[in-house]
Design a binder for this molecule. Structure first.
Ligand SMILES: Nc1ncnc2c1ncn2[C@@H]1O[C@H](COP(=O)(O)OP(=O)(O)OP(=O)(O)O)[C@@H](O)[C@H]1O
Length: 671
């Protein structure tokens, strides 16, 4: 070989790389720079050509290659010697990285980052790029002429150099490897050492800053932890080490997921409770954003003493955790149009903050709806606190709902207790079976609803609460008002957004979807649907049955069937629970029910077993059986039955008695 040709698209790069080749090979061979503008008039048979990148092989170079050009493609790397100015830039500085083409620009960014200079934010810039941020500093690799005009400071870290592997390859192709091996390797080693020294100086600077940071962190009384966005732990303090029982060497640089997998919160100002080595800690995340390479999360841990102060917050969180996820509208299983409409209505209600009154028979999904409304509301992340008025002893309702002050009554615990309204702060309180609330608690409820403040038993201080109230009842509240059992002013306050859940009788088309859902659950997926285990007559019986206990009763029936079913044989009607067999006895039932209505059938059935009953007795029976009929309504019913010839009414003690016709009708069905 007589000549070593350096060929690159632009002249500057070509000359710069020739200088590098000159330093290494100048003693042994003539080196000539060429660029694409030049006539490529060298002799290809006695020249070795170094191409600055593979992309150059096209057009006239491609035809040279086809004619047998002897060439090497250079791998290029950042020139270590000129990066000191770059190392002086403060952390997170934003710069334009300028090069001649998109590909080489991205390559350069990658190489700088790989060198460890990854604390600077590089924005690519090359001729023809669509958009780029207007920045004051540009870094270029030997292309200062391409830097956009507005840039104030240009750091030229020089043309990217031919790397050591390519140089060794050239030496081998020129038959010079024995002569040059030592020189090449020592030059390489020297450059690496020089680079490491420079980067180390920078790291030393960083170390000072980080030790200052650690000193400050250690002065804080709270345990803290600072992680990068990828989870790497950067800073921790002594308080945290005391809790963890580790020293900083054991955690710095590790990933939080390995050290503290319990911590899952990643959102700003969000908290969670974690247990670390039997310590219950309240952890709050503070997200640091917009600092580029310093983006990350600081965790602040509060220990037991502080937890006491935060008890309220914690209790709210634990109650929320206890029922980890509330039902949503998506959990409601249905097929019927009626339910679709109801859900649509409930969704509209969920978007508001107004009080909702849910009325409906037992087991029709009142609580399900209340939870779904909560989950769909802006309070979804707040607590949902259910209160069942029928299960709290009357004398405790006040203190349960509103809490009490220390010493306000015998048995009151030290420090007093927060009530359920306070627990529900920021969320929803669900007052179930509100029809069972005593007149006294109704009075207090009314005050809370009006004033949105609670006063603990034994205290004079009002505590403001922000809660959405949803109440539910299976009683007819209007009737309760008429009977004097429910305060009318409270009723009007509650009846802002009324919702009536539907009994299964009113949406028979949902029976099968629900039955399939429950049977699948109770058989652990073994039974896919009821057709798999029931014959036609049994299925029909399920459809005809009235389901007075609604979905809860249907669910129980499916659990029963899943237990008694044995693979291979279908169950018949007689295998169904007894109440279904007798209840679905005749379709005459449904027919009569449709014609006469359930109230009339109830009246006739009561009279069937007596020698005559007065209105007051009938009203008493209705009340005991939770049948929403007032004395007035019973009077109307008796009048109607009389006009149909089913009963005869007498004044005085005999009251109302069944006629033969009435007896015949009621004997047709089983109730
Ligand atoms: N459409 C539905 N899809 C799925 N499950 C339902 C549906 N409706 C009700 N359920 C289930 O039926 C059961 C009874 O529902 P829920 O407790 O909400 O009824 P309720 O009207 O509040 O009853 P009660 O008045 O007796 O307290 C629950 O297990 C609930 O999950």
């Amino acid at each position: 070989m007589e000549k070593l040709i350096m060929l690159s698209p632009g002249r500057t790069t070509s000359i710069n790389l020739s200088v590098q080749l000159e330093e290494v090979f100048g003693k042994y061979i003539k080196i000539e720079p060429y660029c694409l503008e030049d006539d490529l008039d060298f002799n290809i048979t006695n020249s070795l050509v170094v191409l600055s990148s593979p992309r150059i092989i096209k057009g006239k170079i491609k035809s040279l290659v086809d004619r047998g050009l002897n060439y090497i493609i250079a791998q290029r790397v950042i020139n270590h010697r000129y990066i000191s100015e770059l190392l002086d830039l403060p952390k997170a500085t934003e710069v334009l990285l300028v090069n001649d083409r998109a590909e080489t620009t991205y390559q350069t960014i990658e190489q700088l980052e790989a060198l460890g200079i990854n604390y600077i934010k590089y924005h690519p810039y090359y001729p023809g790029i669509d958009s780029y941020p207007r920045l004051n500093i540009a870094v270029t690799v030997g292309e200062p002429n391409l830097v956009p005009y507005a840039v104030k400071k240009v750091i030229n870290i020089g043309t990217r150099q031919i790397d050591i592997i390519t140089l060794a390859d050239i030496a081998r192709r020129l038959g010079l490897i024995d002569k040059l091996a030592d020189k090449l390797s020592s030059q390489y080693v020297n450059e690496i050492i020089e680079l490491l020294n420079q980067i180390n100086d920078y790291a030393k600077g960083l170390k000072i800053v980080s030790s200052r940071l650690n000193t400050i962190a250690n002065c804080l009384s709270k345990a803290i932890l600072y992680i990068k966005n990828d989870g790497t732990i950067l800073v921790s303090n002594q308080e945290l080490h005391n809790i963890l029982g580790y020293s900083s060497e054991n955690i710095i640089g590790k990933n939080i997921n390995d050290i503290l997998p319990q911590i899952t919160v990643r959102n700003h100002n969000k908290s969670e409770i974690v247990t670390i080595h039997n310590n219950t800690l309240f952890v709050t995340a503070k997200v640091i954003e917009g600092q580029n390479s310093e983006d990350g999360i600081i965790y602040i841990f509060e220990k037991s003493e502080e937890i006491e102060k935060n008890e309220h917050k914690i209790r709210r969180m634990t109650t929320r955790k206890a029922v980890k996820s509330y039902y949503t509208f998506d959990d409601i299983i249905y097929e019927s149009k009626e339910m679709e409409k109801l859900i649509e209505k409930a969704r509209t209600f969920a978007a508001t903050d107004s009080t909702i009154l849910i009325e409906g028979e037992s087991g029709t999904g009142k609580e399900l709806f209340a939870q779904a409304i909560h989950s769909d509301s802006r309070r979804a992340n707040g607590p949902f606190v259910p209160v069942n008025f029928s299960s709290i002893p009357i004398n405790l309702i006040e203190s349960e709902l509103f809490g009490y002050e220390e010493g306000s009554f015998t048995g009151a615990i030290r420090g007093g207790k927060r009530g359920l309204f306070e627990e529900a702060h920021g969320g929803t309180i669900f007052l179930d079976e509100i029809g069972d609330a005593s007149l006294e608690s109704q009075c207090t409820l009314l005050r809370v609803i009006q004033e949105r403040q609670v006063r603990r038993v034994g205290s004079i201080k009002e505590i403001p609460v922000d809660v959405r109230i949803i109440v539910a009842t299976n009683k007819n509240l209007v009737e309760e008002v008429n009977k004097g059992n429910f305060r009318s002013d409270l009723y009007y306050r509650l009846n802002i957004l009324p919702l009536r859940t539907l009994s299964l009788r009113e949406r028979k088309s949902d029976i099968f979807v629900l039955a399939n859902h429950f049977i699948k659950n109770y058989s652990n997926g073994q039974i896919i649907n009821i057709e798999q285990i029931l014959d036609n007559e049994a299925i029909k019986a399920l459809y005809e049955y009235d389901w007075p206990g609604n979905i809860r009763q249907l669910e129980n029936a499916m659990e029963y069937l899943a237990v008694i079913w044995q693979n291979g044989k279908k169950l018949s009607k007689n295998d169904l629970p007894e109440y279904i067999i007798s209840g679905s006895n005749v379709s005459k039932n449904t027919l009569l029910l449709d014609i006469l209505g359930k109230d009339m059938l109830w009246l006739l059935s009561k009279l069937k077993n007596s020698d005559g009953l007065g209105r007051r007795y009938l009203a008493e029976f209705a009340k005991n059986e939770n049948i929403p009929l007032t004395e007035g309504q019973i009077r109307n019913l008796i009048n109607k039955a009389e006009s149909l010839g089913f009963v005869k009414s007498y004044t005085g003690r005999q009251g109302t008695i069944l006629t033969e016709k009435g007896y015949a009708v009621i004997s047709l069905i089983k109730i």
